[in-house]
Design a protein around this ligand. Structure first.
Ligand code: AMP
Length: 198
């Protein structure tokens, strides 16, 4: 199963991806996580990406496409994967399409978590508080001001990705304002519908 989760930052993509990993035993490929690891390890990619990530902007297509290209070639991704936070631009979506075509692979579904953006800042403040309470590090870009920049980047560059997949019949829209369990159930019913189509 090859899936993409799209939606603004704070929509719940990471939470739902974690659940899908358990259920389908396929890896979650989060470009955000990979970039944060590169920043922490101070790799050349990390050094380039750090500043733009700290400011809530988008890392270059070239960098993230390169990361995904290498990652989907790894053994654990051969039976499928869940892309979380990629593609974020049409250029990235087109590059992914080419990569998959080159290996005769297809996406099964693109799930858009649709949310009320006015509620997202509250969610992100809560995410930071929860991380702190659990003794986990708080993401620097979960600061409310930086978060607003990330939301702007989403609306400017990434909001066009869902319609791109809608045009080719792959998009399913999920109400991301439901409880976490209800969002999972909505996703399940979409994915069960795919099984029936096969
Ligand atoms: P995320 O964890 O998905 O919210 O990503 C955190 C940050 O990493 C984003 O705000 C961007 O700066 C960067 N990033 C992650 N994925 C991408 C992507 N596909 N394209 C460009 N930048 C990305």
């Amino acid at each position: 199963m090859r899936l993409i989760l799209v939606g603004p930052p704070g929509a719940g993509k990471g939470t739902q991806a974690t659940r899908l990993v358990e259920k389908y035993k396929i890896p979650q490929l989060s470009t955000g996580d990979m970039l944060r690891a590169a920043v922490a390890a101070q790799t050349p990619v990390g050094l380039k990406a750090k500043e733009v990530m700290d400011a809530g902007g988008l890392v270059s297509d070239e960098i993230v496409v390169g990361i995904i290209h290498d990652r989907i070639a790894e053994d654990d991704a051969q039976n499928g994967f869940i892309l979380d936070g990629f593609p974020r631009t049409i250029a990235q979506a087109e590059a992914l399409d080419e990569m998959l075509k080159a290996d005769n692979l297809k996406l099964d579904a693109v799930l858009e978590l649709r949310v009320d953006q006015t509620k997202l800042v509250d969610r992100i403040v809560k995410r930071a508080e929860d991380a702190k309470a659990a003794g986990q590090p708080v993401r620097k870009d979960d600061d409310p001001e930086v978060f607003k920049q990330r939301l702007d980047a989403y609306n400017r560059d990434t909001a066009v990705v869902a319609p791109f997949y809608q045009k080719i019949g792959l998009l399913s829209v999920i109400d991301g304002m439901q409880s976490i369990d209800d969002v999972s159930a909505s996703i399940e019913s979409v994915l069960e519908g795919l099984d029936e189509k096969v």
